[in-house]
Design a binder for this molecule. Structure first.
Ligand SMILES: C[S@@+](CC[C@H](N)C(=O)[O-])C[C@H]1O[C@@H](n2cnc3c(N)ncnc32)[C@H](O)[C@@H]1O
Length: 309
């Protein structure tokens, strides 16, 4: 049984091929959203496989619930941040699973919903939280952070070369009027950088604020070791990332558990720790040319997979 494909996630085909879901399998989808991956996993684990569907965005989880209703009691839902993965998995008895998938970041459904404030091209409240029940909105951050903190954020999470000038412009603008909407912020950025090239000048600023508001890199750093601990031997963790900061973290994390010698300047190097995982994807899997043509977002997508040993 499989659900109708309303939303095909980026790199879905290689992800499923490498995760190898089979009848009766138990899987965790840490980022269920439109449930494209989840419904494919449930299709392949029929008739009696189970899936724990997690998303920190309650609206996204509601949509997943509707989409996955056809799978009945084979799906357990949790609105949670994956940084609490192990406790959610324990509560729902999803330990010793056959696979875990994390498809990071923002979905096109969230981006297209102007009320969520993720898109610089559509007027909306400057929110950007995945979980709208808690935490600081992007508007709060740009209203309260000092110029140095805004600059650091834009540089660290957006790799924005004009970080200082944008931060100064934000601070100057908010003295006149609070920056409350997406287009207001996009205009402030464009006033500094002009509108050259194909990529909108606010792209990096919006990415940086989204990562900061949702504390995305720390959540990933905390979740990765938990995901590995939940795998049975031979089970796989698949991570799809969309920018180099995430991908570097996943790559380094996999390498650190793969039993490679510890780098050291000591005359007698420390012993090599035993491998906890085997890296399946020596190089990250990227979207094929057709997918990159059809979906620009897929151009930055990278899939890495590791297996518990
Ligand atoms: C790219 S989408 C996933 C798409 C999904 N694989 C599909 O098939 O439709 C990423 C999802 O991850 C969620 N998310 C982001 N950070 C999260 C976190 N720390 N914990 C749980 N969910 C998170 C977002 O709310 C979003 O719904």
């Amino acid at each position: 049984m499989s659900a109708s494909p309303t939303h095909i996630p980026v790199l879905a085909a290689p992800c499923l091929e490498l995760l190898q879901p089979a009848p009766g399998g138990r899987f965790i989808d840490c980022t269920v959203n439109g449930a494209g991956l989840s419904s494919a996993i449930l299709g392949r684990t029929a008739p009696n496989g189970h899936l724990l569907a997690i998303d920190t965005d309650g609206v996204a989880l509601g949509r997943a619930r509707e989409r996955l209703a056809i799978f009945g009691e084979r799906v357990i839902y949790a609105q949670a941040n994956f940084r609490s993965l192990e406790s959610v998995a324990r509560e729902t008895r999803f330990t010793e699973v056959d696979g875990v998938v994390m498809d990071l970041g923002l979905s096109s459904i969230q981006l297209d919903d102007r009320e969520r404030g993720f898109a610089f091209s559509q007027e909306g409240p400057l929110d950007m939280r995945y979980d709208q029940t808690r935490g600081q909105r992007a508007a709060d951050f740009v209203a309260t952070a000092d110029a140095a903190e805004i600059e650091r954020t834009l540089r660290a999470f957006g790799e924005e070369p004009r970080a200082r000038r944008i931060a100064e412009a934000i601070v100057a603008q908010r003295r006149h009027r609070p920056i409350a909407t997406t287009t207001q912020l996009a205009d402030v950025v464009a006033s500094v950088t002009g509108r050259r090239g194909r990529i909108h000048p606010a792209t990096r600023t919006f990415q940086a604020l989204r990562i900061a508001v949702n504390d995305e890199l720390n959540a990933l750093r905390e979740a990765l070791p938990q995901a590995v601990r939940l795998l049975r031997r031979g089970a796989r963790l698949a991570v799809i990332s969309f920018h180099s900061l995430e991908d570097r973290m996943v790559k380094a994390f996999f390498a650190s558990l793969s039993g490679r010698p510890v780098e050291s300047r000591l005359p007698v190097p420390p012993p090599t720790p035993p491998a906890e995982i085997r890296i399946i994807t020596r190089h990250p899997v990227m979207a094929p040319p057709e997918e990159r043509m059809a979906n620009p977002r897929s151009r930055s997508a990278r899939l890495r997979v590791a297996e518990r040993v």
